[in-house]
Ligand binder design. Structure first.
Ligand code: ISL
Ligand code: CA
Length: 553
C-alpha cells in the first residue's frame, strides 16, 4: 500500500507450504523445502510468492487457526529458517506475501485461554461472548462445525462464543480497540522484518453487528453474504491503513468473500486509503448447485456465465485494480474444474486456462501445481481426506441422515484436499515431495505429470506457462490494455481483445473438447500468431478442442 504499484504488473505464485516440498522426511512441506526450490520458482518468471499461514498453530484448519502470530509453526521450521527464506528470496528479486488471519485465532491462543477463564478477564472482550442467561443467541451458521452451529457453549463462564469456522477458531472482536491494535502490531512486526505484503483471510467478516440480531430475510440463508461488509468494516480498514499499511511499502490483498462489484470499490479505490486488491468469489460458484454441500451441476458449467462474470469484473474497476485466479488451496484443481483432466486433453486444456489467466487485465494468482497441470485426486474414501471441511460435513450428514454417497461423489470435484495434494516434482514414489509418509496422499498421476519431465520438454504445460509470463511481461498491452469481450453469445469459445496505442491482441479460447466455430470482426490474415497450444495451425474459422491462440494486430 504505497506509491509503488509493482503488484499491478506482477504474477503472483501461491504456495501451500504443507504441500510444496518436505526437507526433513516428516511428510510435511516446510520452509527449508521452499528454500531448496527457489531456483525453480524464479525460473517460472513470477514476481512474488504468497504463502498460506506459516505461524504457530495446532492445525485444526492447516494454519488458519493461529496460536501465536509472531512465531513459525514447528512443522514448517524456525524463525531463522524464515529469515533465511526472506533473505534468499530478496536476493533473487522475489517478493514475499504472508497470510494474515484477522477474523479469528486458535482457541489455543493465549488471548482465548485468558478470555474463557472469567467474565472479567482483561482478554474477555477480545472475542464475542453471549451470556447464557440471555437465552440462546440468534442463529449463526458455522462453515466447519459438525453441527453447523457457530455458537459454542462454554461451561466455565456459562456463555457461548462465536466461531464462524471450526470450534477451534473463535472469532476475534474487532469492536475492541485493544484487539485491533494487537493485529496492527502483528502486521508491523512482519513488515519490519521486510515482508512485501499480506493476503488477508476473510477480512470482510471482521466487523459484526454485536447485538447479533436475527439475520434479515433478504439474505435468504446466505450466511457468507451476511457476514461480509459489517457495520464498521471500512472504518477498521481505514484505521489499519493509517496505523500500519501507509507506513510500509507492502501490498494488501483482501480475500473478498461476500464482496460484489459494487462493494469492491470501498476496499480498493486508492482514494479511500484502505487496501490494494481483492479477490472475488463470483467465479467459484459457477456450475455448482446452490443448496446443501458444494455439488457440481451434472451438465457442467456454463461458459456464458463464466464470460459474464469475468467481463463484469473487468468493468468493475474505474479506480482500483483487479485480480484473477481459477484455483487455490480452497478450491479443486483448475484443470479438473474448468478444463479436462483426461490424459488426451490434460495438456491442451491446462495451457488454454493459463492463456486466459495471463492475458486478462488483472493481477494473476497462480496456485502451485497448476503450472504443470496437476489434477483432482478424487478420493473414494472419507478416511483419505484431511480437510476439516470435508470431514466435518461428512459427520454432519451421517448424523442427520444425509446422502453420503452423493456427498462423496461431489467431493471428487469440489473438496479442498484436491488442490492440496503434494507437489509433483518427479516420477519417484512420493513424487519427490518427501522421503517419509506424505501428510496427504500423492496423486498417482505424478508418474506422468511432474516437473522433471516438463522442464526438459519445450512443448510442456510448464514451458508454455513460462512463455505466457514472458509474453505478458514484454507487452504492457496485455497488462493494462482495454479488454473487450467478442462473440459474446458463443457457448464454446471465449474470445476477447486487449488493446492500447501499441496495438491489439486477440485471444481465442475453446473451452470444449470438440471443434468450435467463432466469429469476430478481426481478419486473421492481417495478424501474427504469437502463441498457441497447437503446434501447427490452419487459419480457419474453427478452433480445435481446447485450442488457445493469441494473435497480434
Ligand atoms: O473454502 C471455503 C468453503 O469451501 C470457503 O468458504 C472458505 O472457508 C472461505 O473462502 C474462507 O477461506 C479462508 O478462511 C478459512 C480457511 O479455512 C481457508 O483456507 C481460507 O482461505 C478460515 O480461516
Ligand atoms: Ca518437513
Amino acid at each position: 500500500n504505497s506509491e509503488s504499484t509493482w503488484w499491478k504488473e506482477a504474477v503472483i505464485y501461491q504456495i501451500y507450504p504443507r504441500s510444496f516440498k518436505d526437507s526433513n522426511g516428516d511428510g510435511i512441506g516446510d520452509l527449508q523445502g521452499i528454500i531448496s526450490k527457489l531456483d525453480y520458482i524464479k525460473s517460472l518468471g513470477v514476481d512474488a510468492v504468497w504463502l498460506n499461514p506459516i505461524f504457530t498453530s495446532p492445525n485444526d484448519d492447516n494454519g488458519y487457526d493461529i496460536s501465536d502470530y509472531r512465531s513459525i509453526m514447528t512443522d514448517f521450521g524456525t524463525m531463522s529458517d524464515f529469515d533465511e527464506l526472506l533473505k534468499q528470496m530478496h536476493q533473487k528479486e522475489l517478493k514475499l506475501i504472508l497470510d494474515l488471519v484477522p477474523n479469528h485465532s486458535s482457541d489455543e491462543h493465549f488471548w482465548f485461554q485468558e478470555s474463557r477463564k472469567s467474565r472479567d478477564n482483561p482478554y474477555r472482550d477480545y472475542y464475542h461472548w453471549w451470556p447464557a442467561e440471555n437465552g440462546k443467541p440468534n442463529e449463526r451458521f458455522s462453515f466447519f462445525d459438525v453441527n453447523r452451529d457457530a455458537w459454542r457453549y462454554d461451561e466455565k463462564t456459562d456463555a457461548y462464543y462465536l466461531h464462524y469456522f471450526s470450534i477451534k477458531q473463535p472469532d476475534l472482536n474487532w469492536e475492541n480497540p485493544k484487539l485491533r491494535q494487537e493485529m496492527y502490531d502483528v502486521l508491523s512486526f512482519w513488515f519490519d522484518k521486510g515482508v512485501d505484503g499480506f493476503r488477508m483471510d476473510v477480512v470482510p467478516f471482521i466487523s459484526k453487528d454485536v447485538s447479533f440480531p436475527p439475520i434479515p430475510a433478504r439474505f435468504n440463508g446466505s450466511f457468507g453474504d451476511y457476514y461480509a461488509n459489517g457495520p464498521f468494516l471500512h472504518d477498521y480498514l481505514k484505521e489499519m491503513n493509517r496505523e500500519v499499511l501507509s507506513k510500509y511499502n507492502g501490498v494488501s490483498i483482501a480475500e473478498g468473500v461476500g464482496v460484489n462489484t459494487e462493494d469492491v470499490h470501498l476496499f480498493v479505490n486508492p482514494d479511500r486509503k484502505e487496501l490494494d486488491m481483492l479477490y472475488h468469489f463470483d467465479g467459484m460458484g459457477i456450475g455448482f448447485t446452490p443448496d446443501g454441500f458444494k455439488e457440481p451441476h451434472p451438465d457442467g458449467y456454463s461458459l456464458l456465465e463464466f464470460k459474464q462474470v469475468y467481463t463484469k469484473w473487468d468493468k468493475a474497476f474505474e479506480k482500483g485494480w483487479g485480480t484473477i485466479y481459477l484455483g487455490n488451496h480452497d478450491q479443486p484443481r483448475m484443470l479438473t474444474r474448468w478444463g479436462n483432466d483426461a490424459p488426451e486433453f490434460r495438456d491442451l486444456s491446462a495451457k488454454m486456462l493459463h492463456t486466459f489467466l495471463l492475458t486478462m487485465r488483472a493481477t494473476p494468482f497462480i496456485f502451485h501445481g497448476d503450472e504443470i497441470g496437476m489434477a483432482n485426486i478424487k478420493f473414494d474414501d472419507i478416511t483419505d481426506y484431511r480437510d476439516i471441511e470435508s470431514i466435518n460435513m461428512h459427520h454432519y450428514l451421517s448424523s442427520n441422515g444425509g446422502d453420503l454417497q452423493r456427498f462423496m461423489s461431489a467431493q471428487k470435484i469440489t473438496a479442498r484436499d484436491n488442490g492440496r495434494t503434494p507437489f509433483q516434482w518427479d516420477d519417484s514414489q512420493n513424487a519427490g515431495f518427501t522421503d517419509g509418509e506424505p501428510w496427504l496422499k500423492v496423486n498417482p498421476n505424478h508418474k506422468e505429470v511432474n516437473v522433471k519431465y516438463q522442464e526438459n520438454d519445450k512443448d510442456s504445460i510448464l514451458s508454455y506457462f513460462k512463455s505466457l509470463i514472458a509474453l505478458r511481461k514484454n507487452n504492457k498491452t496485455l497488462i493494462y490494455g482495454e479488454y473487450q469481450l467478442l462473440d459474446a453469445t458463443n457457448k464454446s469459445v471465449y474470445a476477447y481483445s486487449r488493446n492500447d496505442e501499441n496495438g491489439t491482441f486477440l485471444v481465442l479460447l475453446n473451452f470444449t473438447s470438440v471443434d468450435a466455430k467463432f466469429d469476430t470482426d478481426y481478419d486473421l490474415n492481417n495478424s501474427e500468431l504469437i502463441l498457441s497450444n497447437y503446434l501447427y495451425m490452419d487459419m480457419g474459422a474453427i478452433l480445435k478442442p481446447y485450442q488457445a491462440c493469441i494473435y497480434k494486430f
